[in-house]
Design a protein around this ligand. Structure first.
Ligand code: M6R
Length: 617
């Protein structure tokens, strides 16, 4: 949550910062701001509430010489302390008039937990606060040290030692106009390398238009950037040698490529994302090969999956597949609960941490909690070099490419595919199922990209009718059973996060224990029927809702006559082996959420109150 970006180098600072913020807007879009080292005028800040276009407009109006700027920092905010307002927008400044001393500017991602005490202490020393944020204390503490003559790096080290909480910060001072200093503890920070210019940001996506060469800054490290050098040290002054990391994402992948929204583009990218995730890991006979992980799977007796949101739903599908195929018990835990649950386990426990971003604070903390009992940790993530990849023994990378829409779509399907690969790998090692049975599932999985493509084709032009069922809806109930229950959960989450309609995902058989009370003409039922053993059972439950006035959208095979009988609309899915059918059944639910939200005139890529990466607790 919140994105920071910094640049030092050529006379294109504003362009780089604005592009960086544009690519980080998924991390928060309550307000945005820049601090620029203006030639001969010192540090000047510009901040605006709302989307980045407001800031771009303000910069254009304020300056006719912004193209001369060579150094600056920027921020896009997801409000934690203090409502979205210009005063609370970053960068925050300290020093300068009327406080005295050289002016400093700070951008921050994270939370300063002891900000109230520090604020009190600074007030007693005569500092005046202009915002309600936790970050402003950093600006004043830093300014005080710079005014006392400390160089910017030492001043930041001294300031950071006073802070409790999490941070990635980037600071600049009027005293050292060619330098940016940045540091991190718990929140992500990368340095991008250029020729005669250097960059920093919360995530590599911010800088892909400028560089693919990065240095990762680790917890407790501080980086000093000038146009010609990057020095990393620990907070205790020890120099750090860091290898350059080259990412294989490209700036082109961050474009809309003719689509109206990123979410729609990313839904349509799912066949390619699955293809890339499976490539090299599954041969033509459906035999899985995860030797790339170089991971010791021996002696694993139990699996715990930790994840949040959509990744948690992928984990539930992973449980289903691993238990069915490998007969290993799997617990799936919401990471924010697990981290405080004093979890039980031992060295025979494999913890699978799933996170698209690889930087969700609760998921990282859950991994740390599992270290207490000696767990082995496997990360499933889409983000190379993310914090999670550095906390795990092995990384099973989903290769969905960058996902910009706040609602996770292609990363969900690739997480599920990665977990199916893991289930097959474990099943192969444990020998419960025959090679032929496993190869059938493996071959089905290999065909999943084309099946998802087929689903997209079948659904073309079909979702509008289902959107009609939502006219006047005040809530929705998503029902499924077995492996289709997590699909129902995911469908409900997609709908609520982008259309703001209350939606419940429920096991169809549990509905009579409460949620059926919701059912009437204004509460559509979305029934994920699929095929297989539990279809009949789900159908009976759906009939019960129809008897109470529900209008039903069925996710089923096109030729499913029983589905057609109970439902106003069927959203068709192609045939797929039962265990793999979540891969196709999810697609109509993503499109349904998308089109319902569009019909309500909402911004699907940036739903209110949300940020894509949840980097605070
Ligand atoms: O980056 P992560 O996968 O760890 O993110 C977890 C959740 O925040 C995320 O899946 C969230 O629920 C999505 N916005 C759902 O679409």
């Amino acid at each position: 949550m919140c994105g920071i970006v910094g640049y030092v180098g050529k006379e294109r600072c504003v362009e780089v910062l604005m592009e960086g913020l544009r690519n980080l807007e998924y991390r928060g879009y309550d307000s945005a701001g820049l601090a620029l080292a203006m030639p001969e005028r010192g540090i000047e800040t510009t901040k605006e509430v709302g989307p980045l276009d407001n800031l771009a407009g303000a910069i254009g109006e304020k300056y006719d010489d912004f193209f001369k700027v060579r150094v600056g920092v920027g921020h896009t905010r997801w409000a934690t302390h203090g409502r979205p307002s210009e005063a609370n927008a970053h960068p925050h400044t300290g020093g300068g008039a009327p406080a005295g001393g050289p002016e400093v500017a700070v951008v921050h991602n994270g939370i300063i937990e002891n900000h109230a005490e520090l604020r009190e202490e600074l007030r007693e020393r005569g500092f005046e606060f202009r915002s309600e944020t936790d970050t402003e204390v950093i600006a004043h503490l830093l300014a005080e040290r710079v005014a006392a003559g400390e160089p910017l790096r030492e001043a930041l080290v001294g300031t950071l030692k006073r802070l409790q909480g999490s941070f990635a910060v980037a600071v600049m001072s009027a005293e050292e106009p060619g330098t940016i200093v940045a540091a991190r503890h718990q929140s992500p920070l990368v340095v991008g390398l250029g020729e005669g210019e250097n960059f920093l940001a919360s995530a590599v996506q911010a800088l892909l238009g400028n560089t693919r060469r990065f240095l990762f800054v680790e917890n407790g490290e501080i980086a000093v950037l000038t146009d010609s050098s990057v020095e990393i040290q620990t907070l205790y002054g020890q120099p750090v040698e860091r290898e350059t990391f080259e990412v294989d994402w490209s700036a082109e992948e961050l474009g809309l490529n003719g689509y109206e929204d990123f979410m729609l583009k990313e839904i349509h990218e799912q066949p390619a994302a699955l293809q890339a995730t499976l490539a090299g890991r599954l041969d033509t006979d459906g035999v899985v090969d995860l030797s790339e992980l170089d991971f010791d799977f021996s002696g694993i007796e139990r699996i715990v999956v930790v994840a949040c949101g959509t990744a948690y739903h992928a984990g539930l599908l992973g449980k289903y597949a691993i238990e069915r195929l490998a007969r290993l018990p799997v617990e799936v835990a919401v990471a924010s609960e697990y981290r405080y649950a004093d979890p039980i386990g031992d060295e025979s426990t494999l913890v699978v941490a799933i996170s698209q971003s690889g930087e969700t604070t609760d998921t990282l903390a859950a991994v740390e909690a599992s270290r207490g009992f000696g767990a082995r940790v496997l990360a499933v993530t889409n983000t190379q070099g993310s914090l999670l990849t550095r906390e795990a023994e092995a990384v099973l990378l989903t290769k969905a490419g960058p996902e910009v829409g706040v609602a996770a779509t292609k990363t969900f399907l690739t997480q599920v595919a990665a977990l199916y690969l893991l289930a097959l790998e474990l099943a192969g090692r444990r020998g419960g199922l025959s090679g032929e049975q496993l190869s059938d599932v493996g071959c089905g999985l290999r065909r999943s990209p084309e099946k998802v493509e087929e689903a997209l084709g079948l659904l073309e032009g079909r979702v509008g009718e289902a959107v009609g069922v939502f006219a006047g809806a005040r809530c929705a109930l998503f029902l499924g059973r077995g492996h289709l229950f997590p699909v129902a959960l995911e469908g409900a989450l997609k709908l609520k996060e982008i259309s703001y309609l209350p939606a419940e995902g429920y096991p169809a058989g549990e509905m009579k224990h409460g949620p059926i009370a919701l059912v009437d003409e204004q509460c559509p039922v979305v029934a994920v029927l699929g095929e297989g053993t539990l279809r009949e059972k789900t159908l009976s439950n759906v009939e019960e809702t129809v008897a109470r006035g529900a209008r039903v959208i069925a996710i089923a095979r096109e030729d499913d006559a029983a589905a057609a009988r109970v439902a106003q609309v069927t959203l068709p899915v192609p045939e797929m082996p039962e265990i793999l059918s979540p891969l196709v059944s999810t697609v109509p639910l993503q499109l349904l959420a998308y089109h319902v939200a569009k019909a309500r005139g909402l911004n699907v890529d940036k739903p209110r109150n949300l940020a894509k990466s949840v980097t605070v607790e």
